[in-house]
Design a protein around this ligand. Structure first.
Ligand SMILES: *Cc1c(COP(=O)(O)O)cnc(C)c1O
Length: 428
């Protein structure tokens, strides 16, 4: 069978309108009013045939963009060979993927699940078991950061240091405590004050760069000192690599930007390039899970692992880490030029590799959602990271020309909004 016969007709018929869609789907998302039907590389097309440059990539997920030949081939091959068997048996694709991840990270072993939240759940369970059985802590505490994001399950909204994700979902899971991010004195104080005969900090869970919380990179000195404190006290350092992992920052893992190694880290989003997969990786020194401790029916099945392995190998073969570095610098340079032209609207531009944020001034009459909506009208998909930060997380295959188009669209969007709203600087 030729590849062509496996790909359905690109023009879909009978697409539900947004109001028909809302009749059948739970209203838990605020969606932009476009319906995406098809993609190729860094481009996607909506139901009206309008083309967009995709600088969202399914929220830092479509590492290889859309319909990449390596993914298409891996999906086709794996679905015809074997797609699911359960972890009652050995799965060669799972072993190969674990081997690639271990050989390309500081970890020794991997556990597979289906999402970022689940990967963090696995890390939280491992840290708690370690606290009870190795550290002998009766009531272990996991420290997390304010403005963090770790997922939407009960334990991970609790770990997430943002009240808006927790509101109305009490009672939350006990055993978490929050500290301000990048604040060394605060974390030292928390570790000291939480230290009682029965209650102690057992683990620290942090993002190397806070994604959802506003694209805020961690400080090297802060993480270096945390690593030392963890070593001194036997505390586990867990890094949430769900958004920054898999080459996005220009390094394979976000923690490499900080010059430290975690004991445990989690990944998901970019790992499968859009196929649902998550993983928790750990050093052998803290791999204390035994048969029966943790499990997932779908976790690490031949299908997702076969595809994720193709994503990993393509990342390596096409040197996408280097592309992330170069294109990221190009993007931030272009965005800084916009910031300099709109000093009354834009505060700063920051990021690592191909995760960048443009922060708007707190007192400017302009939100990230307004910029995103106008950019969509200009044909570029972007995603907010909080009310004042516009986030740029394109596929790692993005080209120099595509980055230029995105920069131009942002400039147009901000120019248009400031003309419509009369947002002129004082000196103009
Ligand atoms: C997206 C994200 C998660 C949650 O991942 P899901 O796959 O949506 O469960 C966790 N941590 C970070 C840092 C994320 O960006």
């Amino acid at each position: 069978m030729s590849l062509q016969t496996l790909i359905p007709n690109p023009v879909q018929q009978n697409t539900l309108t947004p109001s028909e869609f809302d009749q059948y789907v739970v209203h838990s998302y605020a969606r932009f009013p476009i319906t995406l039907e098809r993609g190729q590389g860094c481009r996607v097309w909506d139901s009206e045939g309008k083309e967009y440059l995709d600088f969202v990539a399914g929220i830092a997920t479509c590492t290889l963009g859309h319909a990449h030949p390596a993914m298409v081939e891996a999906v086709n091959q794996q679905i015809q060979k074997l797609h699911h068997v359960s972890n009652l048996y050995y799965i060669p694709e799972q072993g190969e993927l674990a081997k690639w991840l271990v050989q390309n990270s500081c970890a020794d072993r991997a556990f597979f699940c289906n999402s970022g939240a689940e990967a963090n759940e696995a890390a939280i369970k491992l840290a708690r078991k370690y606290a009870h059985t190795v550290l002998n802590i009766e009531n272990p505490i996991i420290l997390t950061a304010q403005a963090s994001f770790h997922g939407r399950t009960l334990a991970t909204i609790t770990a997430t240091g943002q009240p808006k994700y927790q509101k109305n979902f009490n009672p939350l899971v006990p055993g978490f405590h929050y500290v301000p991010y990048n604040d060394l004195a605060a974390i030292e104080e928390a570790i000291a004050t939480l230290d009682t005969p029965t209650r102690q900090v057992a683990a620290i869970l942090l993002e190397g760069l806070q994604g959802e919380g506003g694209v805020r990179p961690g400080d090297r000195d802060y993480f270096k000192r945390i690593r030392e404190i963890c070593n001194e006290k036997g505390i586990l350092l867990i890094m949430d690599e769900v958004q920054v992992g898999m080459g996005r920052t220009g390094c394979i893992w976000g923690y490499e930007n900080l010059g430290i190694e975690p004991d445990i880290f989690t990944c998901a989003k970019g790992l499968g390039g859009g196929i649902p997969i998550g993983a928790m990786l750990c050093k052998s020194s803290c791999d204390i899970f035994e048969p029966g401790d943790h499990a997932s029916t779908f976790g690490g099945n031949p299908f997702v692992c076969g595809v994720a392995l193709a994503v990993c190998k393509t990342l390596e073969r096409e040197h996408l880490r280097l592309n992330a570095q170069e294109r990221g610098e190009q993007l931030r340079e272009g965005l800084w030029a916009i910031a300099e032209d709109f000093p009354h609207l834009v505060k700063e531009v920051r990021g690592w590799g191909l995760i960048s944020g443009m922060e708007l001034l707190a007192d400017a009459d302009l939100t990230s959602v307004e910029v995103v909506k106008e950019a969509i009208a200009e044909g570029v998909l972007l995603v907010p990271a909080g009310p004042k930060v516009v986030r740029f997380v394109p596929p790692l295959i993005v080209s120099e020309a595509e980055v230029d188009i995105a920069i131009q669209a942002v400039r147009q969007a901000i120019t248009k909004i400031s003309e419509e709203k009369g947002l002129h600087s004082a000196q103009m």
